[in-house]
Design a protein around this ligand. Sequence first.
Ligand code: FES
Length: 168
Amino acid sequence: MSLAQKVDAQTMPEDVTPEMIAQIDEICAQYKGKPGSLIPVLQACQEVVGYLPVPVQEYIAAGLGIPGHEVFGVTTFYSFFSMEPRGRHTIRVCMGTACYVSGGKEALDILERHLDTPVDTTTEDRRFTLEQVRCVGACGVAPVIIIDNDTHRKVMADAVGELVENYE
Ligand code: FES
């Protein structure tokens, strides 16, 4: 019986498809037994699924033949692993002092209302994950909002709604 056949359909989230499971199988098979492979495996699996819910982590542990706690230890330690679904785009609003006082807080409030989701959550349609970050080292052009890999400088709070609409 393949690993895919052993998946407990009761515990695996609905959005984790059989195709995704098959890809995870391939990734695990490729790396199994190779030292130092856990982080690359988890990164690859997160790319496939979009996040790493606990049942997926357990599945990966089984696929690699390692204890679940080893996987959990890594996913909880590194912030780039997410156990919650993430949006297609990540909005990071700088809340460092310079940005905060020059309109960053206002921009964040507006984004929470515009996207109808609180900070540190993902919109229901999984279009956006909204986060706040500390100073990103661009205080001279505050307030700063980073969307995916784009840094937006001197952002006008009342224009943030329009700004995010450029990201489908
Ligand atoms: S406080 Fe935002 S870039 Fe420094």
